[in-house]
Ligand binder design. Sequence first.
Ligand SMILES: Cc1ncc(COP(=O)(O)O)c(C=O)c1O
Length: 360
Amino acid sequence: MKYNIKVTKTQESRLSSMDFNNIPFGKVFSDHMFVTEYVDGEWKNPRIEPYGPITMNPAAMVFHYGQAIFEGMKASKYKDGTPMLLRPELHAERLNKSADRLCMPNIPEDLFLQGLHTLIELDQGWIPPQAGSALYIRPFMIATDEFIGVGASQSYKFIIMTGPVGPYYPKPIRLIAEQKYVRAINGGTGEAKAAGNYAGSLLPAKVAKEKGFDQVMWMDGHEFRYIQEVGTMNIFFVIDGKVITPAADGAILKGITRKCIIELLEEKGYDVEVRPLDIHEVVEAYENGKLEEIFGAGTAVVVAHISELGYKDKVMTLPAVEDRKIGPMIKKEIDNLRVGEIEDTRGWFVPAKAPAMAGA
Ligand SMILES: Cc1ncc(COP(=O)(O)O)c(C=O)c1O
């Protein structure tokens, strides 16, 4: 279905004042946003408008009961300048899964996609030209009923906003296997991209930093034994030539980068095991000299190499990045696919283009 998305362009684009060589991460937003409201059981008034503040009543339920979900994706430009999106339909699908878990309404996938395409085509000038840079895209949905009392809101707002981000040159990261706090347990909200999951991660992250680690590696909440994921990344281990990533068992976010990496590696003939991964297996592999790589995978970084993993009072040091095979190779492959440097034979990348409207 095609939606009639009203486009109101900004009178004063901020694009000319943008220095793409110095982009502070997460602080600059492009000219426009896509907005639609859910009222009386329907998404209404889908529109693009200038990016700016939104007015909310202090009683809006999102402030009190936390019905807030989001997505994170990126647009980049092919060598010929075409703005491209990576598997946007998977983000629409995941947003709706998050919505189901938080008792929020689904947004029709074609409305999500049409709003996204229209916005990115309009603001494509905000996609930084530098290699490795991208336009970060943040779709989100919040509860807007003015009501004090725990329950599902009847009205919601859905917004897509975007902002340029510079090239991400992540240093290898030091992780600590968390032994006290839990991100999620089966049956909780861990599989949803719910704002509250991130609020709950802040204190453990702070404690980990105080101990000299960069991030927490989450463990299962029953035995603190099975590995889950990291901050805003899923996690991969290479043990004796085999790639292992924890099974998405209901408590971890099913990352889209994770899915791409599994598919790419399988195509290349690697053995990828998606299964519960016990920290003791990792320790044993380390002691036998078979722990070859650990890397995180997510939209922001694509791949982040892990240099050290702390577990209880042990610190396991991984081989230097130059000596690793799989993490660096997969990062390069995805970065090259993103700019069209290598051909996308799988139809993962789609040009951002608003559909032509009848009579338009
Ligand atoms: C908790 C968590 N895990 C994993 C990921 C990686 O997911 P994706 O590859 O879809 O960005 C993210 C980022 O969205 C995240 O927030």
